[in-house]
Design a protein around this ligand. Sequence first.
Ligand SMILES: Cc1cc2nc3c(=O)[nH]c(=O)nc-3n(C[C@H](O)[C@H](O)[C@H](O)COP(=O)(O)OP(=O)(O)OC[C@H]3O[C@@H](n4cnc5c(N)ncnc54)[C@H](O)[C@@H]3O)c2cc1C
Length: 434
Amino acid sequence: MRNVKKMKADVVVVGSGPGGSTVARDLTLKGKKVILVEWGKDNKPTGTMIAASKYMGGLSGFGKGMMITPEFVMMIRCITLGGTTLMYLGSAFDPPYDTFAKYGIDLDPEETAGIKRELKIQPFPDEFFGDGAKAIMASARDLGYDWNKLNKFVDPAKGKPTVKEFYFGCKSGAKWQARDWALEAVRKGAVLLTGTFCDEVIVENKVATGIRATGPGGQPYEISADKVVVSSGGVGSPTILQRSGIYDAGKKFFFDPFVITYGYLDRRLPEEIPMAGGVHLKSDGLFITDMSTPWSMYAYYAASKMKLLRMFKTRGLVSLMTKVSDDLDGLISVTGGITKPLTFNDKHKLNMGRAISRKILMNAGAKDIWYSLNAAAHPGGTCRIGDIVNSDLETQFKNLFVVDGSVIPEPWGLPPVLTIISLARRLSKHLAAS
Ligand SMILES: Cc1cc2nc3c(=O)[nH]c(=O)nc-3n(C[C@H](O)[C@H](O)[C@H](O)COP(=O)(O)OP(=O)(O)OC[C@H]3O[C@@H](n4cnc5c(N)ncnc54)[C@H](O)[C@@H]3O)c2cc1C
């Protein structure tokens, strides 16, 4: 048996998605000794399918990076430095301030505005808009929808990312990825352990004093720290908490199920980038956006609906994604398995989204409309504020904090990365002051 490697830090951060990388960077810049522990490897963002399969855990990723519920809803997360931002589509939405205020979380709009300035968050410039996105916007507006350009985590001065760079990792750096901040933390002195899985938090007399982890080759680690921050995502964080004695974590969650509606315009359309514009129908719990995908993903969706001939029909292809705010339900098991039935409400919302998307596409002149299988991408609410963590994001164990999608207290139905960064910045300030 290998000797346990012992390390010590002011703060140990587990997981390098937007939550973990923000805390690691902010606290390192404030002079704290930080150790950042990440299960995945540092896979370079190359914009290729091969890279994407590595982000999802490679051949062994099935059931880890790519999960399927018993109802055949597929959900993706990334196990790699930077977490799921390696494959996110870079859309930025301000946090739901009122929701957080109900739970005693005073998220400051000025702080979020500062993050937006720092990361150059803004809508795509007009020249980034594809003809398909323009046609969809015109059609939606014609039908009376308040369809607007979306804010993006994209710095246009660094160039226009390709559609593959959105889905499979952005090598130009134009799309912000949490990996950027993890690496900045390392340059400023943080210690990064990749390929290292956090098994549990060490708790003595209801106080967290560090973590136990397993590194490459089965190397056991014991890292002691004054503060432990778990940022392992909507699926990862509740499993760590369960293994550490917080058994209610992972009971009931949301995962923002979505469906893609495809159609074909009667003209050639060059490749375009996703989520340029959209509409949030808040009272219906729906968000609809243009959604171009690389051919490989389109072909996967067509094949999974047994539309084998459609796989090669790409002329004039236009598509819309409807994402819905789903009911809290289901369970994350201690090993990260997910069970999540779609409720009557969830199915009704998905149906409404299909109908509205169909209307918008048909009004734009699209034909041969069809729908993908349901999928999901934003697991959250598994360590809810007010339930598993308090308004300081601290658990029932002193000095054990959680910050990532798992703490979002209510289903919201919108992409959460800007919210997670805002929460992480607030936590960093709290920890730096304590
Ligand atoms: C295709 C797709 C498109 C998306 N588009 C958008 C978008 O446009 N805008 C938006 O805001 N959101 C988008 N999202 C969602 C967004 O990417 C995630 O919600 C966000 O990354 C979640 O952040 P997180 O910190 O909670 O978790 P993650 O980003 O998943 O990070 C968690 C990290 O913890 C690590 N980890 C897990 N368990 C352990 C362990 N035991 N030990 C050590 N490390 C561990 C993981 O490897 C991972 O790196 C998209 C998601 C997908 C899949």
